[in-house]
Design a protein around this ligand. Structure first.
Ligand SMILES: [Zn+2]
Ligand SMILES: [Zn+2]
Length: 174
């Protein structure tokens, strides 16, 4: 590029060039449906030419994005990629929730099984206690014989047994 041509283009600042383009577009462009910025700031008319990158108002305002010819492809792609990111993240969280729910159900099933085992163990132990209690009673207790110490300090247990073999009266009197 010859040096004199470079000098000529540098004589006009980018701001001057932009304002002149905006002015030319304003006077010779065609009226477009308002771009977002013209609509928001009520700057009608929103004008452009088929060579414009932005409308006259946005052009004179400088570095603002103008969607007079539609939303820039990059913006649409950004929206779509953000949508994909959110969907992926939601799917991941949902999968975690489902997995957590399955783990919780598994733990609840284990708890129920354990309660069943505890119940069996307890009823076995209680039946053994009842059996041992019956065997431990001295045959002469009904005639007011001396009771073992444990029986004397636990009248409720003795009462239970008494209802079976009629020794309750003996404990109450002693
Ligand atoms: Zn506009
Ligand atoms: Zn605009």
């Amino acid at each position: 590029m010859p040096p004199n041509r470079v000098q000529k283009t540098l004589k006009r600042s980018s701001t001057e060039r932009r304002l002149l383009s905006a002015s030319l577009t304003h006077h010779f462009g065609f009226v477009m449906p308002d771009c977002s910025r013209c609509l928001r700031l009520t700057l009608s008319p929103c004008k452009a030419t088929d060579r414009s990158l932005s409308c006259s108002n946005c052009c004179s305002a400088g570095a603002v994005s103008c969607d007079v010819f539609g939303v820039p492809t990059a913006d649409i792609q950004a929206i779509l990629s953000e949508k994909r990111r959110l969907d992926r993240e939601k799917d991941a969280v949902l999968a975690e929730l489902i997995a957590g729910q399955r783990r919780l159900l598994g733990l609840e099933a284990q708890s129920r099984a354990l309660e069943g085992r505890a119940e069996k163990a307890l009823s076995r132990e209680l039946s053994l206690i009842a059996e041992e209690g019956t065997e431990a009673l001295p045959p002469s207790s009904s005639s007011g014989g001396v009771l073992p110490y444990d029986w004397a300090v636990d009248p409720s247990l003795l009462g239970d047994l008494g209802s079976v073999d009629g020794t309750a009266g003996a404990s109450q009197s002693s």
